[in-house]
Structures are given as structure tokens and as C-alpha cells.
Design a protein around this ligand. Structure first.
Ligand SMILES: NC(=O)c1ccc[n+]([C@@H]2O[C@H](COP(=O)([O-])OP(=O)(O)OC[C@H]3O[C@@H](n4cnc5c(N)ncnc54)[C@H](OP(=O)(O)O)[C@@H]3O)[C@@H](O)[C@H]2O)c1
Length: 355
């Protein structure tokens, strides 16, 4: 098939750079436009981006021009799909404007994530939620918005899905240790985070506690049913560059033995099985048996950054279930990689899932 032309909004930021890296040689998509704020308008991407990724800037992209995001100038005739990595306050006004004009937007930003007509997608967990997007017609939009969940929530919900299906869940307690790249290029000043830990990330705990329930709820008619368990979260910024680590404590409805838990996690297969998506990792979850894994520096690139690594699965005597540690790349699995996987799901599943 001919490649589909896509645009990246927020292309100079942390998530935007990951999108450039994941899309510049993508078999289905071709980057047709890079957009950021007014201050870089018309300039060469390689000259304005503060590139922070391990690999070099793709040469073809370095020579491209960056333009300011202007909804008037973006059209569905030009782009089959738009990836948004805009700050929330900008996305809040701009994304509905793009959808109204007929553009398909796959967005990393937080506004509208909990709206009942906006799919909040982790493709391995809830691909059928794509169908909610058809309700967006009632807003008068010709296009659609699909949301990438909060990064910590993606990692958590991927590990909870097989446990929910096999044992049932009643309570989940999660404590996160989140990397500085999660706060964006200008996010956390080094004087605040080096030799330190910040035990507060604005809005994060609420996102984890609410978004997890939407992702893991089953579709019933046109709505998502509450999955019947509760989540409580404490979130913390730590001096790690990349990779969020979560200590998770789970009360299950049926007794869960740690060996069984490891087995169901290892056997976890995406429910879109049969569709072969280029960015899907061969296994969404990897279980490590060493007593000191997962670790962000060693494990964050598992499955090219798309696999969540789980370890230290053990009995939880207080909650009556299990406890374990999970770790995933916040900028790939928790953002850009999940966005690309959503786009692949939309393109591959046009008959079964799309609006
Ligand atoms: N970092 C993560 O791990 C992560 C994970 C999940 C979700 N997210 C979400 O993804 C989005 C991007 O996060 P990030 O970490 O990549 O942030 P970032 O590094 O701060 O990048 C922000 C991007 O938005 C652009 N921008 C800023 N103001 C703009 C404006 N007025 N008009 C148009 N573009 C503007 C910036 O362009 P300039 O260079 O021109 O300023 C830059 O490209 C946020 O909504 C964030 O919450 C981030």
C-alpha cells in the first residue's frame, strides 16, 4: 500500500522526538510535516531541536522545516493522520478544532481522556474501545480524536489486564518512581532532582486512579462499564532519565499464587491477535526472575521500548493477593510508541473497529 502521510505536532519535544524516531522509517506512515510553536516557524528541524535521544537525528528529518501549529493550515486532504505531542493547555483548544475540520488525531495530551466518546487506548488491552469514537459525530466533528493514556497508567494497566481476566481484582495500590523525561524538555530543573526525589507530580495520581478504570472497563453498548475495582496511587519523580518503575500491590478476587501470576503475565496475548502490527512487541509483558530486576537502565528498551518488564512477583499478606514491580519506557510505551501502535490498529482494523 502507499504510505499514509502524517504530521507530528510538538515535534521538537521529548515525545515529538520519539515520534520522529519511530515514524521516519515506518512501513505504513510517512512524515509529511513537523510542527511546534511560533518560535521555530520556518526553521530547519536539525537547527532548532534539542535532540536528546540515543540515536542520531534522522538525516532526512534534520533538513525538514518546522512550522507553527495552525489549525487553519492543517487539512485532512494533506494528512491521513496527525500525531499530537502538544502541551495540555495548547492541545485542549487545538485538537477539537482539528477533529472538527476532519482530521484524525492520535494524541498524547491529557484533555478529554475521560470523555465518554473519546477512546483511551492501550492496543493490547482495549482495542475494542476504538468503537466509542463513532459517538464523536454528535459533536459535529468529521474527524476523530483517539487518546494515548497517561504513561504510568499504560504500564499499570498492561500488567493488570491478565490479572483481571484470570483472578478478578478488588483493590490495587500503586507507588511510582517516575523518570525526569516524563516531565518534558523543560520539566524538572537539575537542582531540584539530582541527589533528590520529589514526592509530588501534579495531577498524576488522579490520572492513574481514573484512567486505569476506563481502560480496563468492558464496553457495554456505547459506554465503558466500571470494572469493579479501586486504584489508589502515590506518584514520585526520581533522578532517572527514562523509564517509570511501579511498585504494585493487588488484592485479587480469586486466590493468586505468584507462580500462576507469572504464567498468566507471560501468556498475555493482545486481543487484536491476527492483525500483525509493525510496532507491536512480540510480548507485551516480560517476567524476570532475578531478585533485583526490573531496573530502568537495564530493561527500558525491552521489545524496542514497547514491552513492560515485571519482576519480584510475590505473595502480599496484607492485601491478600500479590505484589510486584513493573517498569516501562515512559516516552515509548508510555507515549510515542503507544500512539504509533494506536495508529496502526486504526489503519489495520478499519473494518472491525473504526468509527
Ligand atoms: N514526556 C513523556 O514521557 C510523556 C508521556 C506521556 C504523555 N506526555 C504528554 O505529551 C505531551 C508532550 O510532552 P513532552 O514531554 O514531549 O513535552 P515537551 O518536551 O515540553 O514538548 C512540548 C512540545 O510542544 C510544543 N509547543 C509548546 N508550546 C506550543 C504552542 N503554543 N504551539 C505549538 N506547539 C507548542 C513545543 O515546541 P517548541 O520547541 O517550539 O516550544 C514542543 O515541541 C504533553 O501533553 C505531555 O503531557 C508526555
Amino acid at each position: 500500500m502507499d504510505k499514509l502521510r502524517v504530521a507530528i505536532l510538538g515535534a521538537t519535544g521529548v515525545v515529538g522526538q520519539r515520534l520522529v524516531s519511530l515514524l521516519h522509517r515506518h512501513p505504513w506512515f510517512e512524515i509529511g510535516g513537523l510542527y511546534s510553536s511560533e518560535r521555530h516557524h520556518g526553521r530547519r528541524y536539525g537547527d532548532v531541536v534539542e535532540w536528546i535521544l540515543e540515536e542520531e537525528i534522522p538525516e532526512s528529518m534534520a533538513d525538514s522545516r518546522v512550522y507553527r501549529v495552525d489549525p487553519e493550515a492543517l487539512s485532512p486532504r494533506e494528512y491521513s493522520l496527525v500525531f499530537s505531542a502538544l502541551p495540555s493547555e495548547i492541545a485542549q483548544a487545538m485538537e477539537p478544532e482539528l477533529a472538527r475540520k476532519g482530521l484524525i488525531v492520535v494524541s498524547n495530551s491529557s484533555p478529554y481522556r475521560l470523555d465518554s466518546d473519546i477512546p483511551l487506548l492501550v492496543p493490547e488491552v482495549n482495542p475494542d474501545h476504538v468503537s466509542l469514537a463513532s459517538l464523536q459525530e454528535k459533536r459535529g466533528w468529521r474527524g476523530r480524536i483517539y487518546k494515548v493514556p497517561n504513561c504510568t497508567t499504560i504500564i499499570l494497566s498492561m500488567t493488570l489486564k491478565p490479572l483481571l481476566d484470570e483472578f478478578g481484582l478488588s483493590r490495587v495500590v500503586v507507588s511510582s518512581m517516575q523518570a525526569v523525561s516524563g516531565a518534558g524538555l523543560r520539566g524538572v530543573p537539575s537542582l531540584r532532582i539530582l541527589d533528590n526525589l520529589v514526592p509530588f507530580i501534579e495531577g498524576e495520581e488522579e490520572k492513574v486512579e481514573t484512567e486505569t478504570l476506563k481502560i480496563l472497563g468492558a464496553i457495554e453498548g456505547n459506554r465503558v462499564r466500571d470494572p469493579g475495582f479501586r486504584v489508589t496511587a502515590s506518584t514520585h519523580r526520581v533522578p532517572v532519565l527514562e523509564g517509570h518503575t511501579l511498585a504494585i500491590f493487588v488484592e485479587t478476587r480469586k486466590e493468586a499464587d505468584p507462580i500462576e501470576v507469572a504464567r498468566v503475565m507471560e501468556d498475555f496475548k493482545p486481543s487484536y491477535l491476527g492483525k500483525s502490527l509493525p510496532s507491536a512487541p512480540s510480548r507485551p509483558l516480560k517476567v524476570r526472575r532475578e531478585e533485583d530486576r526490573p531496573q530502568p537502565r537495564l530493561d527500558r528498551m525491552e521489545g524496542k521500548g514497547m514491552t513492560v518488564v515485571v519482576g519480584r512477583i510475590r505473595k502480599d499478606k496484607a492485601l491478600g493477593g500479590v505484589k510486584y514491580v513493573a517498569m516501562g519506557s515512559n516516552t515509548i510505551r508510555g507515549a510515542a510508541g503507544n500512539a504509533v501502535l494506536i495508529a496502526e490498529l486504526l489503519v489495520s482494523g478499519l473494518n472491525s473497529f473504526s468509527a
